[in-house]
Design a protein around this ligand. Structure first.
Ligand code: FAD
Length: 398
């Protein structure tokens, strides 16, 4: 494969790096020490700037108001945005909206596109995705308790979900529920759009995660559907295709996450090197913190470079042959890059000493919240076992 970055992507990457450094880094101190909701007016301002600069929704086709990048090109851009915890949000390509935009674009009816996709793209509303349930292992998403039963022209939905990221303030959720219990287990569930005000839909609470309850976009909610009624026209895609659509959503979604994590690694690396190069060492010490940090710097550089090449190769394969052909590559990057992220963050924190665990820098924030990188969108173990199973099939294992 050719790793040359097209000139138009390079120029967008430069523009984004400049925008993030000058417009977004200055917001971080406030972001790390206040609630997301309180920051919304400032973020709206930055979003308008991003739009005016042609940095809005880089993952979407130009005719829909995006920048028309391929997955491989967006991977590069996502790395630049990932250097700040606010980068993807200010350019309207943050999870879970980015995945919801993609499935609405591919499977939405004209009415659904007008009512849900267009305002999402414009940044006028946010959305969320409700699949995981407290009573069932999310690692096996085909197994769930939520049901959507037809009644007249409606679906009546019952069930409990948790870890519905960004439900607080979202205009709608896309819920996965069983519609065809007799079908093959991969064809039992459907995706249904549930507007936030629907009768029977309730946000029970924002769950405290790593000591923070969060608010608005930066939150993870428990939600319930208690005889929640929505019109059957809210079905997204064919009935029974929920799992297949979710898989489609997760392939490119893992590239987005991995490149965002590499952006985080690069920022942590910059901070670690800046600190290691300039921090005073006590006179007379032969092995001060600056020397020790050198091994962390070399190890981190090697791991980040390797991780980036793996992700770009996976993105290239998805662009060439589709998500299904790239299943192994997607699983490999999902657990490998999540591990690199954690090791690099840990070293950067250690290099900074006490400063590393304060919220003066984004390192501690990422250390808390990106621990979940090894859990969401498929746990490490599930990806490792899936890859090994497919590899061993080639050696005759049944
Ligand atoms: C921060 C965060 C945000 C999230 N956002 C969303 C969201 O927006 N929407 C949503 O629907 N969900 C979301 N999730 C949920 C996420 O997808 C699940 O947590 C994930 O799929 C794991 O499921 P679980 O938590 O039920 O763990 P389990 O599936 O119970 O797994 C527990 C442990 O058992 C292991 N295990 C389970 N099954 C196997 C197996 N077959 N083989 C080997 N090991 C196994 C796992 O690897 C893990 O170590 C989010 C989670 C987090 C932490």
């Amino acid at each position: 494969m050719d790793f040359t970055i097209p000139e138009n992507t390079q120029s967008m990457m430069r523009a984004i790096r400049d925008f993030i450094q000058h417009e977004v880094y200055p917001l971080e101190r406030e972001f790390l020490n206040t609630s997301f909701r309180d920051m919304l007016p400032l973020l709206v301002e930055k979003r308008e700037k991003a739009k005016a600069m042609g940095l809005w929704a880089p993952h979407l086709p130009a005719e829909l108001g995006g920048q028309g990048l391929s997955l491989l090109e967006f991977a590069h851009v996502s790395e630049e945005l990932g250097r700040s915890p606010l980068g993807h949000y200010v350019c309207n390509c943050q999870a879970p909206d980015v995945g919801n935009m993609e499935i609405l674009m591919l499977h939405g009816t004209d009415e659904q596109k007008e009512r849900y996709l267009a305002p999402l793209i414009a940044g006028e509303m946010r959305s969320c995705f409700s699949m995981t349930e407290p009573g069932y292992p999310g690692s096996n998403p085909t197994w769930m308790g939520a049901t959507a039963v037809k009644d007249g022209n409606d679906y009546v939905i019952n069930g409990e979900k948790w870890f519905t990221t960004a439900a607080d303030g979202a205009a709608f959720t896309i819920v996965m529920a069983i519609t065809n219990p007799e079908a093959d287990r991969y064809l039992q569930a459907s995706m249904v759009i549930v507007p936030a005000g629907s009768p029977g839909f309730k946000l029970v609470r924002n769950t405290s995660v790593m000591g923070e309850t969060g608010s608005d976009y930066a939150s993870h909610a428990e939600v319930t559907f208690d005889n929640c009624r929505v019109p059957q026209s809210n079905l997204l895609g064919p009935e029974g295709a929920g799992f297949v659509i979710a898989q489609e959503r997760l392939g490119p979604g893992r590239i987005h996450h991995c490149m965002r994590w590499i952006g985080i690694c690069e920022r942590a690396f910059d901070l670690m090197c800046g600190w290691a190069a300039t921090r005073q060492v006590a006179p007379g010490r032969t092995l001060g913190s600056r020397q020790i940090a050198r091994t962390w710097i070399a190890e981190s550089r090697a791991e980040i470079n390797a991780a980036r090449l793996m992700v770009l190769q996976a993105a290239w394969k998805i662009d060439q042959a589709g998500s299904s052909a790239a299943r192994n590559e997607i699983s490999l990057i999902k657990f490998y890059v999540a591990g690199v992220l954690q090791r690099v963050l840990d070293r950067a924190i250690q290099a900074h000493g006490g400063m590393g665990v304060t919220d003066n820098l984004p390192l501690a924030y990422w250390y808390r919240f990106e621990r979940a990188a090894r859990i969401y969108d498929g746990t490490d173990e599930v990806h490792k076992l899936a890859v090994a199973r497919r590899i061993l099939r080639g050696y005759g294992d049944t």
